[in-house]
Design a protein around this ligand. Structure first.
Ligand SMILES: [Fe+2]
Length: 462
């Protein structure tokens, strides 16, 4: 019994396989995307900061140059203004502007309107005075580049008419254009690096998911390879420990359940001295056939227990029907026919006994589909149930019952042979008959001989 309840932990199918770094793609992809974006963003922001710093230095340098030009301009313009030669003042301004490639100069009035700009078409204005408005101002690092104030003399008073502006666009650092490509390269590199790292660190996630899925389905013996980062390895080991405890608890629960079912089955059989030991013999015959079919140990154990408990559903059949010595009425027979489904419900109530429940449910199905409770046929009937059906019928034939004496083995084998292909799986029936005729396997004690078979012998005629 124990083997069926002690499946060995088996490793995940991933164990031993070559590492596939793309497997935990969800975590790796998201992590790589975030890492790439962060790396690219930091690179870009760092570049922008360096550009600003460099630009300030350039602005300061440019401002010093412009200021010098403004001083020269003020000197050249100031003299003609004092003499009232406006045209000369403008010419001087134009000449000076021509020496500032890329720079512009213009005078803006108090309303923000340009009233004089560097160029040959600028109209004459009453410029009478030019002076610095802020000795400390440096062009280039100052917002408007405002350096000179221009005033007009009206009735002996100097009234401001505008301010002279000098502007020169600052060149960007030569390396500034490389910031975006650099950020893109860093993003890509960081994304690939993060993807590889996370994939490697999290490579135990998928197998662990499979282990938990299997546990959810009642299999607590699937194991995942203990791989990945430290935290993940700890998680996998803890999961294995918990599953081991749950699996052990389930084994104990199954043992108790099956032992209870066996005790109950024996109790039912003990009510009728003629059927006492029937399930044990059905188990022996079934296992003999399972061994002929080279079942492995686990499958043999399932067959052994399933055959032993194949009639457990009779616990739901009233004693007046179960123990009736004579023929069953139609109504009583319908009651008796409920026991396979009752057995299925009893054995499928606990995880891990599904295969045994299949035997209990299907041991009265027939190869041609005329059996019960579902009327399935051929290979649709579980193999173990087909085996159990032959063993069940054979034992019922060769043992004495309240309504019939025991049948000779040779006659019973003839009946099973005749029913091959209708009641029984033909191949299994021939195999069983051949085995028994060869004198192999278990032989029940000889009993009084008879050939009649009664209606209430549910194992044969129903
Ligand atoms: Fe039965």
């Amino acid at each position: 019994m124990s083997a069926a309840f002690r499946p060995k932990p088996h490793p995940s199918p991933d164990q031993g396989r070559r590492f596939a770094f793309w497997k935990p793609r969800g975590i790796a992809f998201q992590g790589a995307l975030i890492a790439g974006l962060v790396a690219g963003g930091l690179t870009w922001l760092g570049g922008q900061y360096l550009i600003q710093t460099d630009s300030k230095a350039l602005a300061k340098e440019s401002g010093i140059g412009l200021r010098h030009q403004a001083e020269l301009m003020a000197h050249e313009i100031g003299l003609p203004l004092d003499a009232g030669e406006k045209q000369r003042a403008l010419q001087a301004l134009h000449r000076r502007l021509a020496q500032l490639p890329g720079a512009t100069a213009f005078v803006v009035d108090a309303n923000g309107q340009t009233i004089l700009a560097g160029g040959p078409d600028v109209g004459a204005q009453d410029i009478r005075h030019v002076r610095f408005i802020d000795e400390n101002t440096q062009l280039g690092d100052w917002g408007n580049g405002k350096a000179l104030e221009v005033s007009q003399e009206v009735r002996g008073r100097l009234l401001p008419i505008g301010t002279l502006h000098l502007r020169q666009p600052l060149p960007a650092p030569v390396w500034a254009g490389g910031i975006l490509p650099l950020a893109q390269v860093f993003s890509l590199f960081s994304a690939v690096a993060a993807f590889c790292f996370l994939s490697f660190a999290m490579r135990g996630i998928d197998p662990l998911h499979r282990v938990l899925d299997r546990a959810g389905a009642g299999d607590f013996y699937e194991r995942a390879p203990v791989v990945g980062c430290y935290e993940l390895r700890q998680l996998i080991q803890k999961t294995h420990e918990v599953l081991q405890r749950v699996g052990t608890a389930q084994e104990e629960a199954q043992k108790v359940y099956v032992e209870t079912a066996i005790a109950l089955s024996k109790t039912i059989e003990a009510k009728d001295r003629y059927t006492s030991g029937h399930s044990q013999r059905v188990m022996i015959y079934s296992v003999e056939m399972g061994e002929l079919l080279h079942f492995d140990e686990e499958r043999l154990e399932t067959l052994r227990l399933g055959a032993l408990l194949h009639d457990i559903g009779k616990v739901a059949v009233p004693d007046d029907v179960l123990l009736k010595p004579g023929a069953l009425s139609d109504e009583e027979f319908q009651t008796m026919k409920r026991h396979p489904m009752a057995g299925d419900r009893i054995l499928s109530a606990i995880p891990g006994l599904r295969d045994m429940a299949d035997i209990a449910r299907s041991h009265h199905e027939k190869w041609d589909g005329s059996g019960y409770p579902l009327g399935v046929a051929g290979d649709a009937i579980p193999l173990e149930a087909r085996i159990c059906a032959i063993a069940d019928a054979y034992d019922a034939l060769v043992t004495k019952r309240s309504y019939k004496p025991a049948m000779p083995v040779a006659k019973a084998l003839e009946i099973i042979e005749a029913d091959a292909g209708t009641h029984f799986d033909p191949e299994l029936a021939r195999m069983f008959v051949a085995m028994k005729r060869a004198g192999k396997g278990y032989k029940p004690l000889p009993q009084p001989v008879a050939v009649e078979v009664g209606r209430n012998q549910e194992s044969i005629s129903s």
